[in-house]
Design a protein around this ligand. Structure first.
Ligand code: ADP
Ligand code: MG
Length: 371
């Protein structure tokens, strides 16, 4: 009860917004389920030209996304972009639907940053505010990637502890928050809250095949279907323990880890092709990731045998990735293989991954320079 009263009072005193309050700026994204703009408040002309807010005009699924954001706001606010307000806009046909408002966290997603030729050094500068004096090389790159992975797993652990599975973890949905100098998770449009049964039925068509784990259903199909309204405790933590739905996100996070170390984005392509992919950056990532997924499937989702088959013919970029994971007795490789496994129950959890030796002594060092 206290929770409800607190949430209600908090909601009452938070500023509310209406359609006419916003001046639309640059379009940041457009998917099948909504459009995202950078916006500013009409009554605040000082912020007019840039816009310090983000507005998503969503379709019917926006209701679930608002619910998820409200829950994150109360339970694990540092995990995700700062959510301000969500409401149903039904005055005009064109803008009708659910409108969601966040603080503008920063210009770059992890995807943008990974596409840069300078990755991961471009991130080091953003996290530290300055560039290290150490020479460039595998060790320094490993430290930066450790920091990104830790921030990502930390945010994910927050969501999972709250009972939320994101289901669409990918570099495009990870924003670098310039204010806190950390990575935060965005886009809860495909998220599900299993403890109260919100958005329980998996919408497979929402899942991004490039990052999705092999299991189609994150809960056993034998599980009784949960109510679609926010009725409390439809699913018990016991059920959560049995099915480990959070491991779906862990698989996706493992793929991001692999992408960060292996330069799958930045293969040394012939000049013409590299010109083309400069113009269409998505080509670069997609073709490599799709090829990887095909290879992994052929190896029965066993990373170790995948490595055995590709290593002899690996590009120098990929070989460099293996080298990075092999540092310090191969603890990076060990962490990766504990995340990318066919069976969800054999994958590590976000919390256990944070305690992995990969983030050990070196990791603590990285943490201290992060803060
Ligand atoms: P979509 O459903 O279109 O994928 P997202 O919620 O992922 O919607 O937002 C689309 C894009 O808008 C993101 O990839 C990111 O570039 C940008 N964006 C979203 N939220 C924020 C935010 N709080 N701060 C800065 N940029 C954001
Ligand atoms: Mg998105």
């Amino acid at each position: 009860w206290d929770m409800f009263v607190l949430a209600f009072v908090e909601r009452l005193f938070r500023p509310t917004y209406r359609k006419d309050d916003f001046v639309l700026g640059k379009k940041l994204g457009e998917g099948a389920f909504g459009v995202v703009y950078r916006v500013s408040l009409a009554k605040n002309p000082a912020s007019k030209k840039e816009g310090d807010l983000v507005l998503k005009k969503a379709t019917e699924y926006g209701a679930v996304e608002i619910w998820m954001n409200e829950r994150v706001r109360r339970a694990c606010s540092s995990s995700c972009a700062d959510f301000l307000y969500g409401f149903l806009e039904n005055s005009s046909k064109k803008g009708a639907g659910y409108w969601l408002l966040w603080r503008f966290e920063g210009e770059a997603t992890l995807s943008d940053l990974m596409l840069s030729k300078d990755f991961p050094y471009n991130v080091e500068a953003m996290i530290l505010g300055e560039v290290q004096a150490l020479p460039k090389g595998l060790g320094r790159e490993n430290r930066i990637i450790q920091t990104i992975m830790r921030q990502l797993l930390f945010a994910l652990d927050g969501l999972h502890t709250t009972g939320i599975v994101h289901r669409d973890i990918k570099p495009q949905n990870i924003i670098f928050s310039e204010g806190s100098r950390t990575f935060k998770i965005i886009d809860l449009g495909a998220a599900t809250d299993l403890r109260v049964g919100i958005n329980y039925i998996p919408k497979e068509f929402l899942l991004d095949p490039r990052y999705a784990a092999p299991e189609q259903y994150i809960m056993s199909t034998q599980t009784p279907s949960a109510p679609s309204a926010p009725v409390a405790t439809a699913l018990s933590p016991v059920l959560w323990q049995m099915n480990l739905p959070d491991r779906f996100d862990i698989y996706s996070t493992g793929l991001i880890f692999l992408q960060m170390v292996s330069d799958l984005f930045k293969t040394s392509l012939p000049l013409l092709f590299s010109f083309l992919t400069q113009a269409f950056p998505s080509l670069r990532s997609d073709s490599n990731l799709i090829q990887f997924n095909r290879q992994l499937k052929r190896c029965g989702y066993d990373l170790v045998s995948w490595r055995k088959t590709v290593e002899p013919r690996a590009s120098s970029e990929l070989r460099r990735g293996f080298e990075l994971l092999d540092l310090d007795g191969g603890i990076g490789w060990e962490l990766l293989t504990s995340m990318v496994r066919y069976k969800a129950r054999q994958r590590t959890s976000a919390k256990a991954a944070l305690a992995h030796p990969y983030f050990g002594r070196e990791g603590l060092l990285a943490l201290s320079f992060m803060q």
